[in-house]
Design a protein around this ligand. Structure first.
Ligand SMILES: [Mg+2]
Length: 167
C-alpha cells in the first residue's frame, strides 16, 4: 500500500515553491502533463503555469515531463515550456521515470514526481524512490474509466487520510 502513498498532496502545481523544494532537498521535478500542468487535451495558453515553470528553471530546478500522451502533444508543451520530456511513457512502469532522472543528472531521492493520478504518477514515482506530490486534477474528463480510477483513488487516499491531517 505504501507505494500508493503520495508524500504530499497539494491543490495545484504552482503550490510547489522553490522553498518547498529546498525544505525537502529536491533539485528536480518530473511532471505529468494532462490535468497536472494543463487541462486534459488542451493546447490553450497557460500563463500561470508558464510563469511557474519559468521561475523554477531560473532557480536551477531541473524539469522533465513524463506523460502517457502522444509524443506530438508532449513535444508541443515541452517546446512551449522550455524543458524536455517524453510521451507514451507507459506509466507507472519505471523506465521513463528512470530515464528522466538520468537526463536531469540527479538521483531519484533528489527528484519529486508531480501528478494528478495515484496509479500512474504516484505509483511510478514511488517505484523509483522519488518524492511524490499529488495535485488535484485540473479538469475531469468524464470518461467512464477515469471516473472509476478517481473512485479507486479516493478509496486508497481515505486509508491514508489520518496521516495527512495536521500536515
Ligand atoms: Mg494526468
Amino acid at each position: 500500500m505504501s507505494l500508493l502513498k503520495p508524500d504530499l498532496i497539494l491543490g495545484h502545481v504552482t503550490d510547489i515553491t522553490p522553498e518547498l523544494l529546498q525544505r525537502h532537498r529536491l533539485r528536480g521535478l518530473i511532471v505529468d502533463l494532462d490535468n497536472t500542468l494543463i487541462p486534459y487535451g488542451s493546447f490553450a495558453e497557460a500563463l500561470e503555469v508558464q510563469t511557474w515553470t519559468g521561475e523554477l528553471l531560473e532557480r536551477g530546478i531541473k524539469m522533465y515531463m513524463v506523460s502517457n500522451a502522444l509524443p506530438e502533444r508532449v513535444a508541443f508543451w515541452t517546446q512551449r515550456l522550455n524543458f524536455p520530456g517524453v510521451g507514451l511513457a507507459s506509466k507507472p512502469l519505471p523506465r521513463a521515470f528512470k530515464k528522466a532522472v538520468k537526463r536531469m543528472g540527479l538521483q531519484s531521492r533528489q527528484v519529486a514526481m508531480v501528478g494528478d493520478q495515484l496509479f500512474t504518477d504516484v505509483l511510478g514515482g514511488n517505484l523509483i524512490g522519488a518524492f511524490t506530490i499529488m495535485v488535484r486534477p485540473l479538469s475531469d474528463n468524464a470518461l467512464p474509466h477515469t471516473k472509476f480510477t478517481r473512485r479507486m483513488e479516493q478509496l486508497v487516499l481515505r486509508r491514508f487520510s489520518s496521516s495527512f491531517t495536521g500536515d
